[in-house]
Each structure stands twice: as structure tokens, then as C-alpha cells.
Write a protein that binds this ligand. Sequence first.
Ligand SMILES: [Zn+2]
Length: 478
Amino acid sequence: MSANFSREELDHWTQEHRVQMIEELKDWVRHPSVSRADLAAPGAPYGPDCRKMLDYALKRGAEEGFDVQNANGYAGSISYGDGAEEIGLVCHLDVVPEGDGWIYAPYDPVETNGFLIGRGIGDNKGSAVASFFLLQYLREHGIKLRHTVRVLLGCAEETGMDDFATYVKEGLGPVPQFSIVADGGFPVNYAQKGGLDFSVSVPGGADLVDMKAGNVRNAIPDKAILTVRNTTADAALAILTAHELTSVKAEAAADGNAVVLTFFGKGGHAAGPENGDNAIVKAARGAGYLAADAGLDLGMIPQIADAFTDYYGGALGIAAEDETSGKLTMNAGVIHSEGDHYRIEADIRFPVSCKGAEIIAAIESNIAGYGMSVITHHIADPFYIDPESSIVKTLMSIYQDITGDTESKSYAMGGGTYSRVVPNAVTFGPGLPNAPKKDFLPEGHGGAHGPDEALNIDAWLTGFRIYVESVIRLDDIL
Ligand SMILES: [Zn+2]
């Protein structure tokens, strides 16, 4: 441990710089940096707003005298030190769209009730600014580390992490030997399931006019629309009701030549399929009854139910489970017509002990039996670090010492952070399990992606102190 470091002094310095840190964070949040690959331009792969945010962050880094680097607009970094080996702090500058229902202004942050409010204030600009101040703290105290400390700032975390995936794959800049991803919860996240996105082609039939449902693959669709011909609304509904398929609306199409059937399910996140009721699967089951009882030719649509009803993947021969991460889950999130067939966009989360390549190979061979074929797929490897490793133990003890929370354990999760795309990067904070409640805001406000995104200032500064001490200690043990 560096001779120049004391926890009491860090505490004192943090209080002294509280106002300065808050003002810095407010400045960063004034940039509406929604990641927009559809507005890509040279040097701005995620649109002009993200590029402006990145430029601003790097300008601030340079003004404070640090080395800065722009990785072609995909990401950037601010670094301190000249060690050949590096420790990274990985954050993102892009934000989700502000959405509706804000009481406060999304991009003109205010301080109230001990919180700061604004889009991206916690997710994830708070971490970016805290990491920036960490560099300032080290330099101001003359703390010389063996490692260069690099704050890595991505611009497309919220839209699928193409930023650091590209950065790493194309070598757009230095990749630290070890990194902390400051975009989750404390204490240490030691496992994340792998991700497998795939799309499937399903042949339609002579009596199928259209089928559509869903917007994104990682959400359970709550509504699916199946349009068929050669039947009537009453006849179709009678068949579905006879098979106890409920929550269906049937009406004649505008031109009178078809029946529009709307199947209502229950939405939710793809990582928890057991909490929803997938409307695509439900509509496919309905299609099966109409094919069997009314003789409609609906192509292979009924087989969607056979393949996807078991959201743990049994019908596709991919069911798997391990103690660390639980069961493999599968979700058919979107369906729409494409040429003369229908395209399904599906999402799989697989346990850390599985291989994505083996799963997609099994799907490709088994889904043929349902008359479908895989068109595209993309694999994100799982993340795992031994919870008994010295790195995890060190981070846990710093967290416990500073917060006094000895109850919270290191944890596994189904969702993904930059840990899945940046090598040797452990998600650690900044969310505190026991952070003060946001009960001055109405129900449904204050969350990371909701209206009035709120960051508790004291919790944020606690996270800052944990990060400072962690980097200093990691410099010793790495
Ligand atoms: Zn985030």
C-alpha cells in the first residue's frame, strides 16, 4: 500500500471536493448522449451527440493534464501514470433515451433531498466522473503506482456494447491487464451468463396473411397479431375457445377478406421467461388449432409453439444448468414477415459452464426438425472469476471495511455488463445494496432507465472512496 494513502485523508479530501465533483457531474449530464448508430458519421459511429459527449470528457481530461485518447469515436480513455501494465476503470458515456413522465428536466440536473437527478446521472456518468476524480486524487497526492490507471469511456453500452467489442477486436487502444467495470452493484459480481442472439426463418402458408409481434429480442412480447384467411372471426374464436386459449381478440380485417387475431400474453425481461407469457408462442399454439380444426394452411407457424414453448430449451436439445448461474433461458422476442417467410429474433442466456458454439450447433440441427432454419447468430461469452481469488477477496474486504456491510455476498447475474466484452474486467459497484431510498419521488421514478433517474450523493461518494482504495490495493497485488 502506498505510503501516501490513508483512509481518513481520503474521506476528508472527498468531502472537500464534494461540490466540485457534483458540478463536474452536472456538466457531463447536460449532454444528451443517446447512442445512435443510425446517425453514424466518420469518427462518430454512434451519432453526433455521443461524439460531442466523448469530446467533452476528453477535453476535461486534457485540461486537467492527463493523457487522453480517442478510439475513433467508439470509446476513449483518460489515463495517469507511465507503467507498462495497466489497471482500467470501465464506464459508459451513452445514456438510454429520456422517455416520458419526467417531473425534473432530464438534461438540466438538479440536487434535491440528497440526490442528483438527470438522465445518465447514475447510469453511468456518475462512475465516469468518479473515476476521473480518482485520477486527480492519485496525482494530487503524488501516489506513484506501478500500473498506469486508465479510465475507459464507452459510447454504446446501452445498445449492445458494440463499442468495446470493436475496441478490443480491432485494437483501437490499450486494453488494461485488469479492469473494474463500474456499472453494476456492489459488492463483487463474479459470474454473468453468456448471451446467444439468433434469428430463425419460418415458412408461412397459403392461409397466412401476416404475423407480427415484439420490438426487441430481450423482452417477452405481450401481444402477437396473426392474420389469416378462409375463416371467420366467430369460427376462429370458437376453435380457440374450445382449446381453452383465452385473452384473444378476433375481428374482420379492414378489407373483409381476412381475420385479425390478437393474442395477449404477459411481458417481461428475457432473462426471466418464467415470469411472463410469450404471446408469439401463444399465437403459434392458436395457429396449430386453426390448422388442425379448420384445415387452414399456416405453414410452419404452429411448429414455433413446439420449438419455443419450453423456454429452458428442452425441445431444441439445449437445456443446461449449473450451480453458479442457474438454467439456460430462451426467449422468442420478435416475429415479422421477411419476403415469403417469417423471421424470429430470439435471445438465449446460457450458464457459464456452457459453450455458445455448441449451443448454436445443437439449435441448427434440431430446429430443422420443426421446418425452420437459423439465419444469423451472435455469441457473447460468459464471464466468470473465482469468488475465492485474491482479487475478489481484496475487493470484498475494501467494500466491507468502507461500508460496514458484511452481509452482502459476491453475486452472479443473468444480465451482461462490459465484463462480457472487456478481458479480465470485474463488475464492482457503484450501486450500494443499502443506499438511501428514493421515496421523495413517486413510484416508478428514480430508476436507472426510468423517469427522474436519481443518484444518492453520499452513496456515490462512498463508491468513489471504494474505487480509490481498490485501485491502490490492486496495484500491489496484481
Ligand atoms: Zn450502465
